[in-house]
Structures are given as structure tokens and as C-alpha cells.
Design a protein around this ligand. Structure first.
Ligand SMILES: NC(=O)c1ccc[n+]([C@@H]2O[C@H](COP(=O)([O-])OP(=O)(O)OC[C@H]3O[C@@H](n4cnc5c(N)ncnc54)[C@H](OP(=O)(O)O)[C@@H]3O)[C@@H](O)[C@H]2O)c1
Length: 331
């Protein structure tokens, strides 16, 4: 089969598109024919050796995908060949024509969800959902500030924040990104490449500050938000797309009695399987109701996965990118 292979950690350009052996399912595993693979910022970090998990090399990257069960390993009874499933797994393997996964990680997907949507619904929306529900305990009527609000997890946080009844302030670096956040339900907009983020949050909250901040960006934006929190606020640490892990003068948390809360969706999925499944059911319910949707910026052939990863890392994507095996795209 064809696959993207990371032979050694390094720049995206060093990824190889090549023929590799078809993977064979072992006990408790299934082999899935991949139909579409979501592209996530952590994929780009992983292949450079910059992610918190460092797999043995060589490996096939690709965290999440939608596929069709092809063959069952020994002991797998709850799935059948031909069934469409989604999977987001720390086992990687999604940038390929086939992948072998632990059968327990394969989640059957409803017919009304397209392959393209299904490939991208777990990681970004799952992260935003877990962050706002279990970590921030966001309440209806609260003010939610979302940084990087046209990115993968950011746009998901805008939609889910609205579904949970919050007033959403979207923060982006350009007018076209802000327009996308607005089209997805944002109530107020801040362009942090032109406006003073701290002052704007204060103005839009009548001086009170944000009840919840969803931060996948870090750096200067985190610093500004750490000075614009409401009393009893929750500042969610989701990621550091800006490239700088910020530091916090903790007196700020003391004075406003606010909390800084870490979010790690992969750990939640592993350690709390029942709440994880309940979250996915709620997410698909919102999808059915049209409260949650996937914004796909572009679909790339598998052979051009490197270009897709570069666009994500270079801040050039609105919503999400998807990769599809070349053979399924026609020419
Ligand atoms: N904690 C978890 O469980 C979890 C799960 C998934 C992802 N993450 C992390 O969350 C972060 C964002 O992931 P994502 O999927 O939302 O990524 P994304 O789709 O690329 O969006 C990130 C956003 O960050 C903003 N940004 C600011 N400075 C940037 C820079 N120097 N380079 C790139 N983007 C920059 C961009 O928005 P503007 O241009 O509008 O500023 C961009 O849209 C990553 O660090 C990722 O590793 C964490």
C-alpha cells in the first residue's frame, strides 16, 4: 500500500510517500481501508519530534481517520467487514491507504456523516467539547473568549460554546478568519493582530473580564488574557500554536480568584472511556441538529500530505484540511 512515512524526526519535507507492506491485524485488532484522514496541528509537531509523544521510527503519522473495516483480527466480534468507522488513536497510521487499529478504538459512524466530515470530527471537536464541558464547566450565559477561533479546535470551540449557551467572543488574526468565526455563531469579534486584546475583552465584558478563555495559541495572547479574566474565571490551556509556552505571574490568579486549567483530550479519551463516549454521542447529536459542523478548507491527495501539514503549521488554514488516498480521488 501507499503511505506517508516518517523515517526520522525532521522537517516536513523529509516525509516520504512510498510503498510499504500492508499491515496485518493481530489479536483484538482490525485492518481498516482508509477513506479520509483529518489533518491536525499535532501531526505536524509529531513528525518533527516536537510533540509530547515520540514514537519509534519509522512510523506512519496521521492521528484520526474515517475508514471501512476490511479484515478482523482474532477475537473481534463487535465489528464486521464493510462497516464504516472513525478512529482517533495515539497508534497513528492515518496517512496511508490502510491502518491497523485496536478494535476498541474503532467507533461506528452514522450514514449521514460524510467521509470528509467523519475524518475530522473527533480530535478538534472532541478537544473543544472536553475542554468546555469537563474542564471549564461552562455555563449558559457565561462569556467565552476563543483564541485562534478559525483554526481546528478554535472553530469547534466557537460552535460548542454557542451550543452550550455562552456568549462567544472570537479572536483571530485576520478579517476573513473572523468572518468564518462569525458565520459559525460568534457574537463578538476581536482582531488581535490590530487590536489590544486585553482592552477589547474588558470593553466587550463591561469591565468584568472573561468567564472562560479557550487558548490553543499561548504566547502574547495568553499573557493578555491572563490579565482580562473575570472573578471565578477559567483559563483553559489547550496548546501553543504561537510557538511560545507562556509563564504566569500567579498573583493574577490570586487577585481574581481564577483557575488555570490544563486540557489533554488524548489523556481524557484513554483514562475516562465512558465520559468520552458520552461526549461523542452528544457531539453527534449537535451535528445532527446542525449546531456543530465541519468547515473543510481543502481536500488533499495522500501524496501531497506534506503540503497540507505545512499549510497548517504556517497559519494558512481556515477550519480543517483533509487527506484522501490518491486512488479514491480519481486521477
Ligand atoms: N490539548 C489538547 O488536547 C489538544 C488537542 C488538539 C490540539 N491541541 C493543540 O492546540 C493547538 C492548535 O491546534 P489546532 O488544531 O486548532 O491548530 P490550527 O487549526 O492550526 O489553529 C491554530 C490557530 O492558532 C493561531 N496561531 C497563532 N499564532 C500562530 C502561529 N505562529 N502559527 C500557527 N498558528 C498560529 C492561528 O489563528 P490566527 O491566525 O487567527 O491567530 C491558527 O488558526 C496546537 O498547539 C495543538 O497541538 C491540543
Amino acid at each position: 500500500m501507499k503511505a506517508i512515512v516518517c523515517e526520522e524526526f525532521g522537517p516536513i519535507e523529509t516525509l516520504a510517500f512510498k510503498d510499504v507492506e500492508d499491515p496485518q491485524p493481530g489479536k483484538g485488532e482490525v485492518c481498516v481501508k482508509i477513506l479520509a484522514t483529518g489533518v491536525n496541528y499535532p501531526d505536524g509537531l509529531l513528525v518533527q519530534g516536537l510533540y509530547q509523544v515520540q514514537p519509534e521510527r519509522p512510523f506512519v503519522p496521521g492521528f484520526e481517520f474515517c475508514g471501512e473495516v476490511e479484515t478482523l483480527g482474532e477475537g473481534v466480534k463487535h465489528l464486521k467487514p464493510g462497516q464504516r468507522v472513525i478512529c482517533s488513536s495515539p497508534g497513528y497510521g492515518g496517512f496511508a491507504e490502510k491502518a491497523v487499529i485496536n478494535a476498541r478504538m474503532a467507533m461506528p459512524v452514522m450514514d449521514e456523516v460524510s467521509n470528509i466530515d467523519a475524518a475530522n470530527i473527533m480530535c478538534a471537536h472532541g478537544t473543544a467539547h472536553h475542554a468546555l464541558k469537563q474542564r471549564a464547566r461552562l455555563k449558559s450565559g457565561e462569556t467565552l473568549v476563543v483564541l485562534g477561533a478559525a483554526g481546528g479546535t478554535g472553530l469547534a470551540a466557537v460552535q460548542i460554546g454557542k451550543a452550550m449557551g455562552a456568549k462567544v467572543i472570537a479572536v483571530c488574526s485576520s478579517e476573513d478568519k473572523l468572518a468564518l468565526a462569525k458565520a459559525n455563531g460568534a457574537d463578538e469579534l476581536i482582531n488581535y493582530s490590530q487590536q489590544d486584546l486585553k482592552a477589547e475583552i474588558k470593553t466587550l465584558t463591561d469591565g468584568k473580564g472573561a468567564d472562560v478563555v479557550y487558548d490553543p495559541v499561548g504566547g502574547d495572547a495568553f499573557d493578555a488574557c491572563s490579565r482580562a479574566m473575570a472573578r471565578n474565571g477559567r483559563l483553559l490551556v489547550v496548546g501553543f500554536a504561537s510557538g511560545r509556552i507562556p509563564e504566569l505571574p500567579v498573583n493574577l490568579a490570586l487577585v481574581k480568584e481564577y483557575s488555570v486549567i490544563g486540557v489533554f483530550w488524548g489523556s481524557f479519551a484513554t483514562h475516562e472511556p465512558m465520559p468520552f463516549i458520552q461526549n461523542m454521542q452528544e457531539l453527534f447529536g449537535w451535528y445532527r441538529e446542525g449546531k456543530v459542523r465541519l468547515e473543510t478548507d481543502e481536500v488533499f491527495p495522500l501524496s501531497r500530505t506534506g503540503e497540507a501539514l505545512t499549510r497548517v503549521l504556517n497559519r494558512q488554514v481556515k477550519g480543517k484540511l483533509v487527506v484522501v488516498p490518491d486512488a479514491l480521488l480519481g486521477s
